[in-house]
Design a protein around this ligand. Structure first.
Ligand code: ATP
Length: 231
């Protein structure tokens, strides 16, 4: 279980509180108006931003002060954070080992991960020699390889066309189910939330609310969400 225990975030006039738990293995969307704090909340969970108060816990162990690299999570953001000067295989190796050293066993795991996301044989290419969709796949392969218990997604596929985006979300869904990954996904598209996330954390008016049923929330959105969805 991922717990945000009486979290308070204070940033230059912006405030957000969160007091909620997400069961291990759940797939949860973060939805709410622009600027409500969805990305900021992910930053606190990832460890890029310290809350001014409260605790972050994973399986009852406090990780509030754990450095980002030592937290039990992988992150996929929109800019896919692939190093442009390194081959795809080397980018994946960095996910396994910060020094990027590739052992024989790692090599075969990297090949398996690339195969899994439909990039078999492309490990030697640099990210710039891949299409946008292939770069997303490479970033997903890195997350897959790391096999951390939590996957944070911040609109990672927003730049892709609808068909490719749906395909990537289906792949995330498949891999998350297999690995039992807890998924938190910032989403601007209710259809993405519906497709991947049975539960949703509404972030609005200074508060991240406990997870609720996505379909029910979208059927009867509260005013802050309705305005944002344009309904
Ligand atoms: N480092 C920072 N210092 C001060 N304010 C910040 C900082 N980072 C974010 N903010 C503010 O925090 C608020 C929440 O921003 P955030 O990006 O988390 O919202 P969001 O819900 O993800 O929005 P969007 O849907 O537009 O991406 C905004 O008002 C933003 O300006």
């Amino acid at each position: 279980m991922l717990t945000l225990d009486e979290i308070r975030i204070d940033l230059d006039g912006f405030r957000l509180s969160a007091d909620l738990s997400i069961p291990a293995g759940a797939r949860v969307a973060l939805m709410g108006p622009s600027g409500a704090g969805k990305s900021t909340l992910l930053s606190v969970i990832a460890g890029f931003l310290a809350p001014s108060r409260g605790r972050v816990l994973w399986q009852e162990t406090e990780i509030t002060r754990t450095p980002p690299g030592a937290r039990p999570l992988s992150i996929l953001f929109q800019d896919q954070n692939l190093f442009p000067h390194l081959s795809v295989a080397r980018n994946l190796a960095l996910g396994l080992n910060p020094k990027g050293k590739i052992s024989g066993a790692d090599q075969s795991r990297i090949e398996t991960a690339l195969d899994r996301v439909g990039l078999a044989g492309l490990g030697a290419r640099k990210p710039g020699q891949l299409s946008g969709g292939q770069q997303s796949r490479a970033a997903l392969a890195r997350a897959l390889l790391r096999a951390r218990p939590i996957l944070l997604l911040d609109e990672p596929f927003a730049a892709l066309g609808p068909a490719l985006k749906a395909e990537m979300l289906a792949l995330v869904d498949e891999i998350a189910r297999e690995q039992g990954t807890t998924v938190l996904m910032v989403s601007h598209d209710p259809e993405d939330a519906r497709a991947l996330c049975p539960q949703t954390v509404l972030v609005a008016e200074g508060r991240a609310h406990p997870p609720q049923d996505t379909a029910r929330l979208l059927a009867e959105p509260p005013p802050a969400l309705r305005a944002y969805l344009g309904g």
